[in-house]
Design a protein around this ligand. Structure first.
Ligand SMILES: Cc1ncc(COP(=O)(O)O)c(C=O)c1O
Length: 452
């Protein structure tokens, strides 16, 4: 048994081959003084790294509307098991090498068979033929987003993000030394005029604008979908400014009614769109398998900066089979049905229990409801009451820290609801508790906020 893991080896010392007394298990008193010395060795990037955003709630959670997670009840465990076993049965050692049929470039781009399969899948969806050098497999889209950021940004460069955005990407951008500015969002997603204003500002400040990051379809956290004309305008803007657009597409497949407009990559004739997509929400996040797609020159920058040997051969081969067998498409159809039910249940419950205190738009797809709170609501108070019941929601200030709306400096206040991982039967009671907490946290009849 691993004693350290069990926490039983703490005081159990032994001599190492270097003749030094080391603590087995957790680091004991003999080593505690090393902590400061090790910290002094940190690289500048490690020393100054911004804290990770979006920590989970700091109270025991019973109903989790906070995190944007897929529902584990629908992870296709049996199908994946079948394809993993079949991969080992059929390909044995080849599935366990650094690279295989696609040659050594698989250590940069990832297993060729899955890239080919994805290229076919994307050709069906987006009507766009991609070269194998136009796709790189990555370890989750966060890896892909970090690689894209590192491939294009450094000190002296500028990037534009949405005023409420996926905070990890913003964090990676900040860590490159680039300047990151926010552009406004409205009901149709990113405001293209505001993007151009930021590009102008960056240039006026002596910086080189290089990258625009957007989640155009079923936006996180606001749920909006960028209409076709705006998509075209964004691509035209990127072409005019000769800057990359990083399209985070990880919710695209979750349309619960009318399909969304084509992806930016599908519409792009300029070559400046780099698309990030992932199996995390579509299949399971623990797979850590995702891909970047775009112009081979853009993908070349990705593989130049990556510092791994791409992705697991075994997993990539199993997923190749999963796609080729039609299981991926069938799974997406089933998921859309389950998730649509949750979207509908959330909408109905919000109407029933929270209507006087919130404004919201029904999301046409994806994972998120974005609630604007009535100004009379004291959210801190409502949130504390909900925390006491173990019900978690995510306040908007986790997504932005600027003055372009939706953030800390905004007069209006927003809350994100992610009902997708919540069991269907818990949605209505959870939203009923939200409604009750909001009602209890409004100003008293004389218009004054109640004392806390
Ligand atoms: C907008 C967005 N992009 C990227 C990710 C990261 O997904 P993964 O790294 O699991 O592919 C998430 C996860 O919540 C997300 O919401």
């Amino acid at each position: 048994m691993d004693q350290g893991r069990e926490g039983k080896g703490r005081k159990n010392h032994q001599s190492s081959s270097y003749g030094v007394r080391v603590a087995t298990g957790r680091y004991g008193a003999t080593m505690s003084s090393a902590g400061d010395a090790i910290t002094s060795l940190y690289s500048a990037r490690a020393a100054h790294a911004p804290p990770p955003p979006n920590q989970p709630p700091d109270f025991p959670v019973r109903v989790n509307f906070d995190q944007g997670l897929p529902d584990p009840r629908y992870f296709p465990v049996e199908r994946l098991k079948r394809h993993l076993v079949a991969t080992l049965d059929e390909h044995g050692r080849d599935a366990l090498r650094y690279f295989s049929t696609g040659g050594a470039s698989e250590m940069q781009y990832g297993y060729l068979g899955l890239r080919d399969e994805l290229a076919r899948w994307m050709a069906r969806r987006d009507g766009r033929e991609l070269d194998p050098e136009g796709i790189a497999l990555v370890n989750g889209s966060t890896d892909g987003l970090a690689l894209a950021v590192n491939a294009f940004l450094g000190p002296g460069d500028g990037a534009v993000v949405e005023s409420a955005t996926y905070p990890h990407t913003k964090r990676y951008m900040a860590m490159t030394g680039a300047v990151v500015r926010s552009a406004a969002l409205d009901d149709d997603g990113l405001d293209i005029g505001s993007v151009e204003e930021q590009l102008v500002r960056l240039r006026a400040d002596g910086l080189r604008p290089k990258l625009i990051y957007t989640i155009p379809t079923f936006h996180a956290p606001t749920g909006t979908v960028m209409p076709l004309e705006r998509r075209r305008a964004l691509i035209a803007l990127a072409a005019k400014w000769q800057v990359m657009v990083l399209e985070d597409n990880c919710y695209y497949e979750f349309a619960y009614g009318t399909p969304p407009p084509p992806t930016l990559l599908a519409l792009d004739e300029s070559g400046f769109v780099l698309q990030s997509d992932s199996f995390s929400k579509y299949v399971a996040p623990g797979l850590r398998m995702a891909w970047l797609a775009g112009h081979p020159a853009a993908i070349k920058a990705i593989v130049r900066v990556r510092q791994d040997f791409a992705v697991s051969q075994l997993l990539a081969r199993a997923l190749e089979r999963y796609l080729a067998a039609g299981d991926f498409d069938a799974h997406l159809v089933a998921l859309r049905g389950h998730y649509r039910e949750k979207r509908d249940a959330t909408r109905d419950a919000l109407w029933k229990y929270a209507r006087p205190w919130v404004r919201f738009r029904e999301p046409a797809g994806g994972f998120y409801f974005w609630l604007e709170l009535d100004e009379r609501v004291d959210w801190d108070r409502a949130r504390a009451a909900l925390a006491d019941q173990g019900i978690a929601f995510r306040p908007a200030d986790r997504f932005a820290d600027d003055d372009h709306g939706h953030g800390k400096a905004d007069e209006r206040r927003f809350v994100r609801i992610s009902p997708i991982q919540v069991p269907l039967e818990d949605i209505e009671p959870g939203i009923a508790a939200l409604g009750a907490a909001l009602a209890a946290a409004v100003a008293s009849p004389d218009g004054q906020r109640r004392e806390r």
